[in-house]
Design a protein around this ligand. Structure first.
Ligand code: MN3
Length: 197
């Protein structure tokens, strides 16, 4: 498949305003995400046969990645994969509906209880990382990962994820991660989450 490239964002930088500001989306996408792509490609040049694999294949089995680039693939491959998913599940004005709504209400009791649990996990995560809604085939659950680690590397399937690195919110929200998490709940693309689910 060749070198990894930044995926299409699919919307304008200001599409998530006022919840997530245009400048943050622009820098996050064109600088941070691009850097993960570039550094992943740089690492893979040492083992060019690995360019045949999709990024999610690489991070699904990190032990199969040569030791000299394993950490780079974990960090930058994880970063590329996580952000590619993250952009897809953001949109304004999507209704909370469908199968995911039923499952969230079944597993958490109500949307508000789910939101509270997700928010607690995301705001309580020490340092940089991600909060995830995981589907194990029977039940939804919340987990967090540090840095750019992906649940895929732990054999888990996610349907929703939130980047809680400071670069995702600091321009607008400064140190108020909880406010950023509240804002995120206004721009979840539930259509896409239902697709993943
Ligand atoms: Mn990020």
């Amino acid at each position: 498949m060749g070198k990894h490239v930044l995926p299409e964002l699919g919307y304008k930088y200001d599409a998530l305003e006022p919840f997530i500001d245009a400048k943050t989306v622009e820098i996050h996408y064109t600088k941070h995400h691009q850097a993960y792509v570039d550094k992943l490609n740089l690492a893979l040049e040492k083992h060019p046969e690995l360019f045949d694999k999709e990024v999610n294949e690489l991070i699904a089995d990190l032990n199969a990645v040569p030791e000299d680039i394993r950490t780079a693939v974990r960090n930058h491959g994880g970063g590329h994969s996580n952000h590619s998913f993250f952009w897809k599940i953001l949109a304004k004005g999507k209704e909370f509906d469908g199968e995911i709504k039923k499952q969230i209400e079944e597993d958490f009791g109500s949307f508000d209880k789910f939101k509270e649990a997700f928010k607690n996990a995301a705001s309580g995560l020490f340092g940089s990382g991600w909060a995830w809604l995981i589907w194990n085939g029977e039940k939804l659950d919340i987990m967090t990962t540090a840095n750019q680690d992906s649940p895929i590397s732990a054999g888990k399937k996610y349907v929703l994820g939130l980047d809680v690195w400071e670069h995702a919110y600091y321009l607008k929200f400064h140190s108020k991660r909880a406010d950023y998490i509240d804002a995120f709940f206004n721009v979840i693309n539930w259509d896409e989450v239902n697709e993943c689910f």
